[in-house]
Design a protein around this ligand. Structure first.
Ligand code: URP
Ligand code: ZN
Ligand code: ZN
Length: 467
């Protein structure tokens, strides 16, 4: 990274305030904030009339999942076009894989990433060699570990409770962060069979087989196991009010529990599964009811939900539609989301008056930076941090048609929704990489971010007492 970029005349988010200031990025790092005279050799970017936000951090994407539409290259371009300058991808240990090799392979794939990236590891067994490898993986900067409690949509990645507990114990020993895909495998399997036998074969069946109970029961179980293991616990893609209550119920636990929800749960409701194109919205956990959505919004606003991750995992229409009319169990799970994360949160969060821009930046940048050990470089606009900025126009519409989006996906789940907030320019490490939803620097490459554990996760812990 070389050169100086001077972003002039914008209103820069500093804490809770928008401050009229210039931002100088030197060699990829923020060097000064204030009134800065342009000097020879500086590239000047006029931000007059724009808000300058920190680059968004999406803590939950899948850009290496086999069969999904976006690889690192496409997914990261989509991210940057939408104002996300860092994402955290999941390196997947498929059954039998050696965990070290998995992380090496994912880091290699990440060399194609246009944005900065970090990795979580998905662990699918507790063999001695896997538990040993977890220490090396931690040393390599991969400090969070996700386990699947269900195999229904994950291609056999599900682990039993004993394995989950063993892995959590190892995470605790190493000082990492456990995560789990919390859904009750047996109940989903049982309900799915019954629905299919009753002739409910389309996407509506996917949703009906996963009522809130499925999530809430698994969350309660996982929290108990994480507590017994002594491992801090992060719940990705929380979708239901019942799940949130189960997560935060004060059982006298010792470990912090942190919840993440997804933009699609905040923007859409389960009605989508009755549509002719309902398969396009199939993901796990599925999108839930209006009441669930209201509870999740309340949690985002009052801090019981700490982060919003897109769970970006898009599949092309042809894969989604292949079995859509015959067997919902065979519809690949996952929806696009990284590119629309910021405009969805701006439109439904800030524009509606639910939250401030500072709240948005906290939830979509600072909190993930803190929770996942990236705060020394990311999460806010401050001297010494990476020069990742979004020059943002809140009064411009964000294009939601598939043709407006950079993801390789051939449909859009927000096509019918009016989204506001245009990343007029996205700056990654001091380089302007995207303008108005288009990539303008094809050569830019992101970096792998090795993370360090041990941040004060208790800051994010919230507890509720049963009524
Ligand atoms: O349906 C989803 N969420 N697919 C991606 C994998 C996962 O469970 O996060
Ligand atoms: Zn999951
Ligand atoms: Zn996911």
């Amino acid at each position: 990274m070389t050169g100086n970029l001077l972003v002039r005349g914008g209103r820069v988010l500093q804490g809770d305030e928008l401050v009229e200031a210039d931002v100088l990025v030197r060699d990829g790092v923020i060097a000064a904030i204030g009134r800065i005279e342009p000097l020879e050799g500086m590239t000047i970017e006029d931000a007059t009339g724009l808000i300058v936000l920190p680059g968004m951090i999406d803590p939950h994407v899948h850009v290496g999942w086999p069969g999904a539409a976006d690889d690192f290259a496409a997914g990261s371009r989509a991210a940057l076009a939408g104002g996300v300058t860092t994402f955290i991808e999941f390196a997947v240990q498929f059954p039998g894989d050696a965990l070290d090799d998995v992380v090496k392979e994912w880091k290699r794939m990440g060399e194609a990433s246009a944005c900065d990236f970090a990795l979580h590891a998905i662990v699918s067994d507790s063999r001695p060699e896997t538990l040993e490898a977890m220490a090396r993986v931690m040393d390599a900067g991969v400090t969070s570990f996700k386990m699947f409690m269900t195999s229904q949509h994950s291609g056999g990645l599900g682990v039993d409770d004993g394995t989950l507990y063993d892995i959590m114990c190892r995470v605790a020993e190493l000082g990492g962060l456990s995560m789990a895909h919390c859904e009750n495998d047996e109940v989903i399997g049982h309900l799915s069979e019954r629905l299919i036998a009753d002739g409910v074969v389309t996407a509506a069946g996917h949703s009906a087989a996963r009522p809130p109970l499925v999530e809430a029961e698994a969350i309660a179980r996982a929290v108990r196991l994480a507590d017994a293991a002594g491992s801090p616990f992060y719940i990705p893609h929380l979708s239901s009010g019942e799940g949130l209550r189960a997560a935060l119920l004060d059982t006298g636990r010792r470990v912090p529990v942190i919840a993440e929800t997804c933009p699609q749960f905040l923007a859409l409701t389960a009605d989508v599964y009755a549509r002719a194109d309902g398969a396009h919205y199939v993901m796990s956990p599925p999108i839930k009811s209006t009441e669930d959505q209201a509870t999740l919004w309340a949690g985002v606003i009052d801090g019981r939900v700490s982060t919003v991750g897109s769970d970006h995992c898009p599949y092309p229409r042809r894969f989604k539609d292949e079995n859509a009319a015959s067997d919902f169990r065979r519809i690949p799970n996952g929806v696009p989301g990284v590119e629309t994360l910021l405009p969805v949160m701006y439109t439904l969060g800030v524009r509606t008056g639910r939250m401030t821009l500072a709240d948005l930046a906290r939830i979509c940048s600072l909190n993930p930076a803190k929770i996942f050990g990236l705060e020394d470089r990311k999460g806010s606009i401050a001297v010494g941090k990476d020069g990742d900025l979004v020059l943002f126009d809140p009064d411009r519409r964000f294009g939601t048609a598939a043709s407006d989006l950079n993801s390789e996906i051939d449909y859009s789940i927000y096509e019918e929704m009016e989204l506001w907030g245009m990343p007029v320019a996205t700056v990654a490490a001091g380089t302007i990489v995207a303008r108005e939803q288009r990539i303008v620097d094809d050569a830019h490459r992101g970096r792998f971010l090795a993370r360090t554990p041990g941040v004060a996760l208790s800051e994010f812990d919230r507890r509720v007492v049963a009524a």
